[in-house]
Design a binder for this molecule. Structure first.
Ligand SMILES: [Zn+2]
Length: 182
């Protein structure tokens, strides 16, 4: 039996233009679907999380000890994996999500990304709370959605709960998008 808890987070943007202009409020809602255990997820999502957990085992994280794994399922059904690659010169490294995403886009440039699962482990095993992508990875994933005009489902793994999002807009509301360049 699936026990999904639905959370609604609300962001409010308030714009004060000037004294003579009515204040405008914009509400942006995101939905986070939460599961207690991996077995509650559909089989294909379980498989993707397990692929991410497998990828985390090969992470190069000697400095942080925080091994991140990402697994991407393409529209073709192909699963592509990545993990964090750290460097003594810290900014030189790259997150697991972008390692997987850029590899997928470089190798299968015409195939859209359907789902990404992300997990992380430290010396005690899988981290308790769901791991959350950094801002740069959110931006890269947002571009991948635009590139293929296809929402990317996000699965954030954790020992105590697993969270699922419908798309990158839920990770990065009010994102900088290609139309922002106009
Ligand atoms: Zn990142």
């Amino acid at each position: 039996m699936v026990s999904t808890v639905l959370y609604t987070l609300v962001f409010v943007k308030i714009v004060h233009l000037n004294k003579n202009t009515e204040m405008r409020t914009k509400e942006v809602r995101i939905f986070v679907y939460e599961y207690k255990t991996l077995s509650e997820l559909p089989d294909e999502d379980q498989k993707l999380v397990n692929a991410a957990r497998e990828a985390a085992k090969s992470a190069y994280a000697p400095y942080s000890g925080f091994s991140v794994g990402a697994a991407i399922k393409l529209a073709s059904g192909k699963i592509v994996k990545g993990n964090n690659q750290e460097n003594a010169a810290f900014p030189t490294g790259l997150c697991a999500e972008r390692v997987a995403l850029f590899y997928a886009n470089a190798t299968y440039p015409k195939v859209s990304v359907k789902t990404i699962a992300v997990t992380a482990s430290n010396h005690e095993g899988i981290v308790e709370g769901p791991v959350r992508p950094c801002g740069s990875c959110r931006q890269a994933l947002s571009e991948a959605e635009f590139r293929f005009n296809q929402p990317i489902k996000v699965i954030l793994d954790g020992k105590e709960k697993i969270q699922v999002l419908d798309g990158i807009d839920s990770l990065l509301p009010l994102a900088f998008k290609p139309e922002s360049l106009d």
